[in-house]
Design a protein around this ligand. Structure first.
Ligand SMILES: Nc1ncnc2c1ncn2[C@@H]1O[C@H](COP(=O)(O)OP(=O)(O)OP(=O)(O)O)[C@@H](O)[C@H]1O
Ligand SMILES: [Mg+2]
Length: 252
């Protein structure tokens, strides 16, 4: 079964049809790229998938179940996690706590346990610390666990966002230009890590990235958006040989 199946998705912002007849299908363990020029509607698609905006029309199925109309929190609980184009961390909190916040969808102790610091609370806290550290290690961020998130270098903040999203144990991870603002070396390293994470966690990932070459390096399937609609979707070869894509995206 597909992890995500979207059909006929659309949204109007006043007179602007920002996304129109958008469709995509992501199977288990697939890493799919979403590319398109500035303002094509990529982030809006993420906002629709995560419940930030309610679609004007269309269907969104997560593991066969409709999630249209659910709240942001309900959708996160059902297993979609995301990162943002502009970093959104709790700057004043530690790196470790930022990751633990990402786990809140599956914390196993109650408010009362937390209030009275019961045995369950301490046991659960210990498990959360261990799990958070395990995730941080994937990005070699464990050495910064006690730093304030806001004091991390920019590239590491971007990585921390991904760790936090992973901490919710998602079925589908949405990454919105995770390499934005990184230098070419950092970007290449990040793409390799994303590829590694996908394999290690066996999750489905939808990756927005404006550098077509980078996307093609790790994604076997790609969807190209232009003016809110799907211009093409298919394998790397299909995209590279699509004349409309070449014209619209590469401007040739
Ligand atoms: N809340 C909103 N209200 C009105 N218009 C919006 C809103 N959000 C997005 N838009 C418009 O929808 C269009 C698509 O924007 P979106 O941010 O999804 O593009 P994008 O493909 O992510 O672009 P970029 O590559 O620059 O991040 C743009 O014209 C944008 O101005
Ligand atoms: Mg965007």
């Amino acid at each position: 079964m597909s992890v995500l199946k979207v059909e006929g998705l659309g949204i109007n912002f006043g007179g602007l049809r920002a996304v129109d007849r958008f469709h995509i299908e992501i199977k288990e363990k697939e890493l799919v790229g979403l590319i398109g020029p500035n303002g094509a509607g990529k982030t809006t698609v993420f906002n629709l998938l995560t419940g930030v905006y309610a679609p004007s029309d269309g269907s969104i199925l997560l593991n066969g179940e409709s999630i249209v109309g659910l709240s942001v929190d309900a959708i996160a609980e059902k297993g979609i996690a995301r990162t943002f184009q502009n970093i959104r961390l709790f700057n004043e909190l530690s790196v470790l706590d930022n990751v633990k916040i990402g786990m809140h969808t599956h914390i196993k102790y109650s408010f009362v346990d937390g209030l009275f610091k019961t045995k369950t609370y301490f046991k659960q806290e210990e498990l959360m610390n261990q799990e958070a550290l395990r995730l941080l290690k994937l990005f070699h961020l464990d050495q910064y666990q006690d730093y304030k998130a806001g004091n991390l270098p920019y590239g590491k903040q971007r990585e921390l966002e991904i760790v936090r999203a992973l901490a919710s144990n998602p079925k589908l991870l949405l990454l919105d230009e995770p390499a934005a603002g990184m230098n070419p070396n950092e970007t290449l390293e990040l793409m390799k890590t994303i590829d590694k994470i996908q394999k290690e966690f066996n999750i489905a990932i939808l990756l927005i990235e404006h550098d077509m070459k980078l996307v093609m390096g790790i994604c076997k399937k790609i969807t190209v958006l232009n003016y809110g609609t799907v211009l093409a979707s298919g394998s790397k070869e299909e995209i590279l040989n699509n004349k409309q894509v070449i014209r619209a995206y590469l401007g040739e």
